[in-house]
Design a protein around this ligand. Structure first.
Ligand code: TYC
Length: 103
């Protein structure tokens, strides 16, 4: 059947959902023998907004397993958190280290 000239405008439209998941970066906290547990708890609560109970879980995981994920953020935010951890640690004379990993 021929197209109805009143309704067919000769334009084919297609909507395509193009949702882009932002790439997230995990901030990983590393264990060492010198940083105090108290300092690590403070960092987890202030920089990563953990509750005291969650901070304790993450800190113990780092202490026992060598590393743990503190959270996942956009690249800029993750990088800033890593730098903040290192600045705070340096201020207090601790060797605490954190790194980034693409999720
Ligand atoms: N291992 C440290 C200690 O026994 C505690 C510690 C936990 C250090 C987590 C770093 O990311 C860390 N004092």
């Amino acid at each position: 059947m021929a197209p109805d000239p009143h309704t067919d405008h000769g334009v084919l439209e297609e909507t395509r959902q193009k949702t882009r998941k932002p790439t997230l970066y995990k901030v990983i906290l590393l264990n060492d023998d010198y940083t105090t547990m108290e300092f690590v708890l403070q960092v987890l609560e202030t920089v990563f907004h953990k509750t005291p109970a969650a901070a304790h879980r993450v800190m113990m995981q780092v202490h026992l397993e060598g590393h743990a994920v503190c959270g996942a953020y956009s690249y800029e935010v993750a990088e800033t958190k890593v730098a903040t951890v290192q600045d705070l640690a340096k201020q207090d004379g601790f060797p605490l280290q954190a790194t980034l990993e693409e999720e």
